[in-house]
Design a binder for this molecule. Structure first.
Ligand code: NAP
Length: 260
């Protein structure tokens, strides 16, 4: 299926690994020129090289930097040029007990998972509206719909972003600029493995045992693959997806138990 976005330009934040990389690859497969960012230059360079090799007609630009900082965002925006597609992503906040979180912990989470996407949208949305095409996808979390108690920083910051987008997305769609959330459940990435490693002490299980148990508990009996996430993202960015805006789409193998 041709999504009709060949030649468009995308900024895919936090994309050297995991879900962000899945999105960059799926967009490149559609002929979209991608700017990829991450803090670690080596992994980013390797990921960009893989995508260049797989899709030789596509321009792949790498920007090393922390997307949650002003400098990181400025560098990414400058390198990407005219942005038609913006995929907002960054690392997730750590788990814990809210009694131990300081104001600084909250500000860090809000900066990364709420204000960074809002700043990037602010920098790009008016240009998209003038050109009558724009697709913005915020990678949030299934925890926005079904909060996970130990991820209170994530629940709070991402819900703030989701509430803000609910309003803005209705103001941009008339100019064919859509803004949607993609809410990952358990996807097999370094983040997922890291969370499992953090549970070894409390559970007395090995990382492999924790992962096997978690996968078995999902209705699908497995974890999602970043490629599957990337395909959903590319489809939301397609030329014919202009009537979908302000939605929060859960990709979780059926784990969310509600009817809607
Ligand atoms: P991942 O496999 O650990 O990959 C994270 C990517 O983001 C890496 O490329 C990392 O590179 C980059 N990154 C992290 N912080 C960054 C920053 N400040 N600036 C620039 N790049 C940054 O994680 P993932 O599983 O894909 O998760 C992506 C997002 O989805 C996270 O917010 C996570 O909390 C959320 N999520 C994931 C799952 C899941 O099951 N995987 C479920 C729910 C929500 P560097 O470290 O080199 O910067």
């Amino acid at each position: 299926m041709d999504l009709g976005i060949k030649g468009r330009r995308a900024l895919v934040c936090a994309s050297s690994k995991g879900l962000g990389r899945g999105c960059a690859e799926a967009l490149a497969a559609e002929g979209v020129h991608v700017t990829m960012t991450a803090r670690g230059g080596d992994v980013l360079a390797a990921a960009a090289a893989d995508i260049r090799k797989a899709y030789p007609g596509v321009e792949v630009t790498e920007v090393v930097g922390d997307i949650t900082t002003v400098e990181g965002r400025e560098a990414a925006l400058k390198a990407a040029g005219q942005i038609d597609i913006l995929i907002n992503n960054a690392g997730g906040p750590p788990p814990g007990d809210f009694r131990n979180w300081t104001r600084d912990d909250w500000i860090k989470a809000i900066d990364a998972n709420m204000l960074t996407p809002i700043e990037l949208i602010k920098a790009t949305v008016d240009g998209m509206m003038e050109r009558k095409f724009g697709r913005i996808v915020n990678i949030t979390s299934a925890a926005v719909k079904a909060p996970i108690d130990v991820l209170g920083l994530s629940n709070g910051a991402r819900s703030g972003l989701t509430g803000f987008i609910a309003g803005l997305s209705r103001k941009t769609v008339r100019a064919n600029v859509t803004i949607n959330g993609l809410l990952p459940g358990p996807f097999y990435t370094d983040r997922l493995k890291g969370v499992a490693a953090g549970q070894v002490k409390a559970t007395g299980l090995s990382v492999d045992e924790i992962l096997a148990k978690r996968a078995a508990e999902n209705p699908s009996g497995r974890f999602g693959h970043p490629d599957e996430f990337g395909q959903a993202c590319a489809w939301l960015c397609g030329a014919k997806s202009g009537f979908i805006t302000g939605q929060n789409i859960v990709l979780d193998g059926g784990a969310f138990p509600g009817t809607m």
